[in-house]
Write a protein that binds this ligand. Structure first.
Ligand code: EPU
Length: 343
């Protein structure tokens, strides 16, 4: 057993919901060369491998009978540059917001709407992180992976990743099959901005900014997020706990005729996304602040775990939310964080 491999590892500080959880075995991967020995160990012990980034989008059971590999490899490399574009290779362990900040300082644009999203760069393609009108898919070119069974490198082009709203091949056919080593991004060196998202547009207008540059968009996104989303370092949470449901136009207009205030977001493909936060709020969950596990008072889509209760308790509360929303609206919410440790 390599000396850097730990047994019975406590993961409570390694997941932002702060649920108590212990892993059978654990490796903090600092260098890709550690990987073959770690995979050999897992295969020899018959342990499945769970790859963890910065633990900001996972729900962990009390015990994981697995080798947990925390992807901590670092590095940002400039691959090539043209007058208007720059290509970067970002190691999976880089902190996402740290990367966005660094890009702003370098004058590399395109990520400013994705500021302050917790987590690691390597986790970004898994759920195709998106916020304020921009998704990672808009600037991602390739994902460098390692096959967890064979140890062989696998290179996926953006179109192979099947990116969709909060979705990718890494959550579907390739779930838990690959370890993401690095992502290649194409960013702009021209100061173009994307400010169509209503909340962002309104915020900029209300602060008197009429022709925003990337730095102003970055600052606006940071301010908006801080005003409604809890900082996981202060109140344990995993961001949006549910996806916004995507309905057909017909389903959405039926719902809207009954619930006139339901926020709806028509999509370019004709489907309609509806605000899960609104559905949860209507069921009265924001008022239930005496519960050990709650929804955040300023954003009903975020489940918080202030008392650091176990994953099973968080899961039970999420199931209660799903059941009540279904009972009232006939809509089944889909959990966003990945669950580990339950059969
Ligand atoms: N709303 C409520 N009650 C609330 C909060 C929101 O009714 O407590 C309604 C409001 O009408 C609001 C609408 O829901 O206008 C949408 O809210 P918001 O703009 O905050 O966006 P969201 O759809 O709830 C999504 C992402 C967020 C991302 C924002 C901004 C998902 C699952 N979540 O939230 O992502 O920051 O858009 O683009 O798509 C995350 O993944 O952790 C995350 C925070």
């Amino acid at each position: 057993m390599p000396e850097w491999l730990q047994r019975d590892k406590n993961l409570q500080l390694l997941n932002t919901l702060a649920v108590p959880s212990r892993a059978e075995a654990f490796v903090s991967l600092q260098h890709p060369l550690q990987l073959p020995a770690a995979l050999d160990y897992a295969h020899g012990e018959g342990l499945p491998v769970v790859v963890l980034g910065q633990g900001s989008n996972v729900l962990l059971a009390e015990r994981l009978e697995a080798l947990v590999i925390m992807q901590n490899c670092l590095g940002i490399e400039r691959l090539k540059q043209q007058d208007d574009s720059i290509w970067l290779r970002v190691a999976a362990g880089e902190n996402w917001h740290g990367l966005v900040n660094w890009c702003m300082r370098q004058g590399y644009y395109g990520l400013e709407n994705l500021a302050l999203i917790p987590g690691a760069a390597g986790a970004a393609p898994v759920q195709n992180i998106g916020a304020y009108g921009v998704e990672l898919a808009s600037c991602l070119e390739q994902v460098h992976c390692i096959d967890l069974h064979t140890g062989e490198p696998v290179l996926l082009a953006a179109q192979d990743c099947r990116f969709a709203y909060r979705d990718s091949i890494f959550k579907r056919s390739q779930a838990d099959q690959l370890l993401i080593q690095s992502v290649d991004l194409k960013l702009s060196r021209l100061a173009r901005v994307q400010v169509d998202y209503p909340a962002l547009k309104n915020y900029l207008e209300s602060t008197g900014v009429h022709e925003p540059g990337p730095q102003q968009v970055f600052e606006a996104v940071v301010q908006i997020r801080r005003s409604k989303l809890p900082d996981p370092a202060e109140i344990p949470n995993a961001g949006s706990f549910f996806k916004n449901p995507v309905l057909s136009a017909v389903q959405a207009s039926k719902l809207q005729s009954r619930w006139r205030l339901l926020p709806v977001y028509p999509q370019p493909d004709g489907s309609v996304r509806i605000a899960a936060a609104w559905l949860i709020e209507q069921c009265g969950f924001k008022q239930r602040q005496a519960q050990p596990v709650q929804v955040h008072a300023r954003h009903a889509l975020v489940i918080t775990n202030p008392l650091r209760r176990g994953g099973s308790e968080v899961r039970a509360y999420a199931e209660q939310i799903i059941a009540e929303v279904h009972g009232r609206f006939g809509i089944t919410l889909e959990q966003e964080p990945r669950s580990y440790g339950w059969v």
